[in-house]
Design a protein around this ligand. Structure first.
Ligand code: ATP
Length: 494
């Protein structure tokens, strides 16, 4: 992906990743990530489980080595530098405290082992001069531990047994232990994941205050979008190892880069649409004015409209753009969540006032609140080869197709429309097995992302909401598989 700078070049970069990938068993956990983080920033990696957040963090920490690409800290290549020499420290979700040590000794643990330059030199028999190393003195350790515990407001607890502490208190000890080495960058891997909601909210505020007070760079990992939106200067949204968007929380929320980001960050109405021409988009069977331009004439696009940006107006108001009937109206504490049936589409609306279920209403959307994004893909397209004249290899499965004159081994491109992929509950009923990765409701159907075992991601439009993580079978009717012979590039031939 193209390199994206987080902030202007005037800021000082502390960490930079250039085309970093990490593969496990030929599968990409992180795929060609390039970005930089500035000194003092609070940057959050956000994405669903398994998207590569922790792997990225572990590569910055030095616990994992990239399969390819380079990592820089303060402009210096640290790709091969062992973790203990990097000026970073990690706070893990499961605090990893030593249960047999008290608070003081947990925080002091690393310091007691650490060797530092002594200021004294020795010369070996070849005349080479070396600086001698020494351990920290007891007093130095005491001073550093006290300072670290003070930073997390926990200075009176030095002698407490860590088992007697609450989750939030244990997390403070874990943070103090990471801060005691004066890191330039603090890496936090879902540090609040094990806490209950109330404690989590309190700790979020404390972490933000700590970040402000310490002035060091925080790199944070979470799958909780609210947490990321609340705490960060910059959010890096990841999915399947790929960076989807790097931006401030406001931009991520208001201008999501694609439907995945829109769906993941807050609630959204996502519809398929057609861009008729500049400033004119059709969705919900209506042509709306919008503020976007530069798309091809009649290009298929995705439209995102946040529930709070759709207004309910009286059905007889001339400004009504579409009409519908209220399906449900539920009070959510500070707003009503209203679902409205507009033709075959279900539209979600947030309003401060409730409406009666069954009522006929009009809806109104401002051009500025219609977010248009290019479709990631309009058909499933796979480069593969024929098994024989009537069978084609798709993701290592033998799929029957309409008779062709293409002999075994002919390179082909296979195209399968999203609504022609058949999903089976039972893996055995499909030609290949696959895993449901995600599902996005598009107003009148679900678009599911289903990953074959060779890692090809199928886009599947279905009436059913398939459960994330489920194993399923996939098949396609022979007449729905479009096959085109493919010219092999010279480099591919060698
Ligand atoms: P979570 O929030 O669940 O921790 P994550 O976004 O942090 O998810 P990673 O832990 O970075 O994701 O994992 C990314 C992918 O790499 C996953 O598919 C995971 O199974 C795989 N993976 C991570 N570590 C290893 C490993 N040591 N060996 C093999 N596969 C791994």
């Amino acid at each position: 992906m193209a390199k994206i700078e987080i902030k202007s070049d005037k800021k000082e970069k502390v960490i930079e990743l250039k085309n970093v990938s990490k593969y496990y068993d030929d599968k990409p956990a992180v795929d060609n990530a390039s970005f930089s983080i500035n000194k003092g920033e609070f940057v959050t990696f956000l994405g669903p489980s398994g998207c590569g957040k922790t792997t990225t963090l572990r590569m910055i920490a030095g616990f994992e080595k990239p399969t390819s690409g380079k990592i820089f800290m303060d402009g210096k290549d640290i790709t091969d530098m062992p973790p203990h020499l990097r000026k970073v420290n990690t706070v893990f979700q499961r605090y990893a405290l030593f249960p047999h040590l008290n608070v003081f000794n947990n925080v002091a643990f690393g310091l007691k082992l650490k060797k530092i330059p002594s200021g004294q030199y020795i010369v070996d028999k070849n005349g080479t001069k070396y600086e001698k190393l020494r351990k920290y003195t007891k007093d130095e350790i005491k001073e550093k531990v006290s300072k670290a515990l003070k930073m997390v407001d926990f200075e009176d607890y030095e002698h407490r047994d860590v088992n007697s502490l609450s989750g939030g208190q244990q997390q403070r000890v874990a943070i103090a232990r990471a801060l005691v080495n004066d890191p330039e960058v603090l890496l936090l891997d879902e540090p609040l994941g094990a806490l209950d909601l109330k404690m989590r909210k309190d700790m979020q505020i404390e972490l933000m205050e700590m970040h402000k007070k310490l002035g060091i760079t925080f790199v944070y990992v979470t799958h909780d979008q609210e947490e990321a939106l609340t705490m960060s200067d910059t959010i890096i949204v990841m999915r399947h190892g790929l960076i989807q968007q790097i931006a401030s929380p406001k931009v991520i929320y208001d201008e999501p880069a694609n439907v995945f980001v829109a769906d993941f960050i807050g609630e959204s109405n996502i519809f398929s649409g057609i861009m008729h021409e500049d400033f004119k988009v059709e969705f919900l069977d209506h042509v709306f004015e919008c503020v976007d331009k530069g798309f091809k004439k009649n290009e298929l696009i995705d439209v995102v409209v946040r529930p709070e940006d759709i207004y309910i107006i009286p059905a007889d108001n001339a400004a009504a753009m579409k009409h519908g009937a209220v399906n449900t109206c539920v009070f959510k504490g500070d707003h009503y969540q209203i679902t409205v049936q507009v033709d075959e589409f279900e539209v979600v609306i947030h309003e401060t006032n409730g409406v009666e279920e069954g009522a006929e209403i009009g809806i109104f959307i401002k051009p500025f609140d219609i977010h248009i994004m290019p479709k990631a893909r309009i058909v499933n397209e796979i480069e593969t080869e024929m098994i024989d004249e009537q069978t084609v290899n798709i993701c290592d499965g033998s799929f029957e197709c309409m008779p062709t004159e293409l002999e075994a081994g002919t390179p082909v491109t296979v195209k399968i429309p999203f609504d022609k992929v058949v999903v089976h509950d039972d893996e055995e009923d499909g030609v290949i097995g696959a895993e449901v990765i995600n599902s996005i409701y598009k107003g009148s159907y679900y678009q599911c992302f289903i990953r074959a075992d060779n890692y090809y991601m199928f886009f599947v439009d279905t009436q059913d909401d398939w459960l994330k993580g489920d194993r399923v079978g996939l098949s396609v009717k022979p007449e729905d598989i479009q096959i085109e012979a493919r010219q092999i590039e010279e480099s591919e031939d060698r």
